[in-house]
Design a protein around this ligand. Structure first.
Ligand code: CC7
Ligand code: ZN
Ligand code: ZN
Length: 244
């Protein structure tokens, strides 16, 4: 995990991840803090093969302009950009064009090898890494996607509490690890909040790890029921997590 903080956290970096599969690396979201975090952890943008974006908020896309410019002008190649088909136009028109457009007619494709993802369809992102996007509720009229990885691991994009979805993922789809965004204080208007997540049945809590939390997270250690916190700047072995 590059970071595990909420959008406003200052002691935790943005909730972004770097997945390594064999020799290849996929970054999940690239927020404001991602360029500096990568540097602090000893990576460069040149180490990244592909970027996947969950939705358009600065803690998830605020570092994309630098990523795009560095890949073009420092590393001289187009990384893969995996993104929901519905987000391509708003990402360029509403967020990136102001900084990245150099010539009229420039598009995302001038910086990235854009691979549109359709919701509900499994795509192979890297050899050995399959992903399905799930449209999950975050902010009304704003698309945000969560990820099902290799049919075993659920990684929430920002989303509200959705008991029905979590039950169906675990009870019907065989998900055995959940990384879920967690707002520590209620009410959970645009994120699941801790009191809501504490109502999850025990067998789901045991599979659940909390991320995207605020600066007072240390006050909540030991107060998360059967759920654990995802730690920042920490590597998790998916095979080990999902094998439990
Ligand atoms: N309707 C909204 C919209 C946004 N927000 C806050 O702004 C943050 C943007 O990044 P986030 O990680 O989605 O978390 C959002 C809320 O903290 C919020 O609280 N209510
Ligand atoms: Zn966020
Ligand atoms: Zn968000």
């Amino acid at each position: 995990m590059l970071g595990t903080g909420s959008a406003f956290a200052k002691s935790f970096d943005n909730n972004n991840a770097l997945l390594t599969v064999g020799e290849r690396r996929l970054m999940i979201d690239c927020g404001i803090t991602a360029p500096k975090t990568l540097f602090q952890l000893g990576y460069t943008f040149g180490d990244i093969d592909a970027l996947l974006l969950t939705h358009i908020h600065a803690d998830h896309i605020g570092g994309v302009e630098e990523f795009a410019f560095q890949m073009k002008f420092v590393y001289g190649r187009k990384p893969i950009l995996y993104i929901a088909d519905t987000l391509i136009e708003p990402l360029w028109e509403h967020s990136l064009k102001g900084g990245l457009q150099q010539n009229p007619g420039d598009t995302l494709a001038d910086y990235f090898d854009v691979k549109p993802l359709s919701e509900g369809v499994t795509h192979e992102l890297l050899p050995g890494l399959r992903a399905e996007l799930l449209l999950t509720r975050h902010i009304p009229n704003k698309a945000s996607y969560s990820l099902l990885l290799n049919d075993t691991f659920f990684y929430s994009g920002d989303m509200v509490f959705d008991l029905e979805l979590l039950e169906s993922l675990v009870n019907e789809r065989g998900i055995n690890v959940i990384f879920h965004d967690c707002q520590l204080h209620p009410p959970g208007v645009v994120h699941a909040c801790l009191p809501q997540l504490l109502t999850l049945p025990a067998h789901i809590q045991r599979l659940t790890y909390l991320m995207h939390y605020g600066d007072d997270q240390p006050d909540f250690v030991g107060r998360t029921g059967l759920m654990k916190f995802v730690e920042p700047h920490t590597t998790y072995e998916l095979d080990e997590l999902t094998a439990k």
